[in-house]
Design a protein around this ligand. Structure first.
Ligand code: F6R
Ligand code: MG
Ligand code: MG
Length: 367
């Protein structure tokens, strides 16, 4: 059976600052999807990570389907109503347009979708990250699919011998989708030079070269193009099919043990270690840290199993400590040098404005 899995997520208000959506808000989103999704969806799951609520849906309408996107948009509108009633902070924050116009991409929410012929056994992982941007997935997507250091199956299993094809988006380009396709292992170094710059080039999808099957998708859209200009970070989602012709679930999770540094955290403008967290984790220290959650599921005839929390296992407690230590180490130097995001990534305009003013006062010393 050919199905589509769509993950759409947004921050439409949270309790205590930018920390976590309220239960009522999540209920409002759930109820809307339950009622209005009946004729559109096969199944759905609602979850939240940091201050974002995510709607995971299965259906047969393909990617970029207007009705599916409208369902999610309207659910977030319902969530916003509750956020306003409760006085939640940032009510409606990610709904950047007043009216829905065909597709949530470019309208604020993060979304990624994949359409595929279901395998008889279909495990996949739904990742949701908060307080960071889609480039946060570059490192784990590179290492999980292309590097035998983590994907031991590249050496040990015949199913992946053909390698993978990455589609990478230039998210600085605002006129449309500027993308490139690279095949690994042949073009591994070309891929590496792009992905090392995660605020500019972002993995959009990964396919199996042997079968052409879609293996992974990442939300890339909002960053690169809203009203043709840079509009800041969006908290990304990703879907990864695992096992057989794809890396195993453990191989895909393995790179997260690095707790790699990403841009985000406080005011979207700092560098911190990405912390793998349990489902429903809240945001706290320094409006962060940047977090990622991983929901493991199987799907059959479009019906989801229960979610298993892939970062709820004692191994990840150690990694959470490691992430804390890495974050504290860089936080020690505050806003100096590498601790704060580069100029063009700063989400607030204070620094830029001050420098403009100071610029006028600079003088060139005469000999
Ligand atoms: C980062 C984030 C927070 C806010 C900060 C100020 O993504 O959400 O760090 O930027 O709490 O928020 P405002 O400007 O809404 O007062
Ligand atoms: Mg927020
Ligand atoms: Mg968020």
């Amino acid at each position: 059976m050919k199905i589509t899995i769509s993950a759409i997520k947004a921050d439409v208000g949270s309790v205590g600052g930018h920390q976590i959506p309220s239960q009522k808000l999540v209920e409002a989103i759930t109820n809307h999807v339950k009622d209005e999704g009946q004729r559109l969806l096969i199944d759905f799951k609602i979850s939240h990570s940091g201050d974002d609520t995510a709607i995971l849906m299965s259906h047969t309408r393909g990617v970029d389907n207007k009705d599916i996107h409208k369902l999610a948009w309207d659910a977030f509108v319902e969530g916003t109503k509750v956020a306003k009633e409760q006085g939640l902070y940032g009510a409606g924050q990610d709904l950047l347009k007043d009216a829905f116009s065909g597709n949530v991409r470019g309208m604020g929410p993060g979304s990624c979708e994949m359409e595929f012929e279901e395998r008889p056994n279909e495990p996949f992982i739904f990742f949701a990250a908060d307080k960071t941007d889609p480039g946060a997935f570059n490192y784990p997507m590179y290492r999980g699919f292309a590097d035998p250091f983590h994907n031991a199956g590249l050496l040990l299993a015949p199913d992946m011998a053909g390698g993978f094809e990455y589609t990478v988006m230039d998210v600085n380009y605002t006129e449309g989708d500027r993308v490139i396709t690279l095949k690994v292992p042949e073009e591994l170094y070309e891929l590496a030079v792009l992905l090392r710059d995660p605020e500019h080039y972002v993995v959009e999808s990964v396919r199996s070269r042997a079968t052409g099957d879609i293996g992974a998708v990442v939300s890339t859209s909002r960053l690169h193009n809203i009203a043709g200009k840079y509009t800041g970070k969006d908290d990304p989602v990703a879907l990864v099919r695992t096992q057989k012709q794809f890396p195993s679930s453990g191989e895909i999770l393995s790179p997260y043990a690095t707790a790699h540094y990403v841009v985000g955290d406080n005011r979207g403008s700092h560098i911190v270690a990405l912390m793998p967290c349990k489902q429903g984790s809240i945001i706290s220290f320094f409006d962060g840290p940047a977090i990622v959650t991983a929901a493991g599921l199987c799907v059959h005839n479009g019906k989801f199993t229960e979610i298993v929390d892939l970062f709820d296992q004692p191994f990840w407690d150690v990694i959470r400590n490691k992430a804390t230590e890495k974050t504290l180490a860089i936080r020690d130097q505050g806003f100096f040098g590498a601790a704060m995001a580069p100029m063009e990534e700063l989400e607030y305009t204070g620094v830029v404005q001050r420098i403009k003013e100071l610029d006028k006062k600079f003088t060139i010393r005469k000999e």
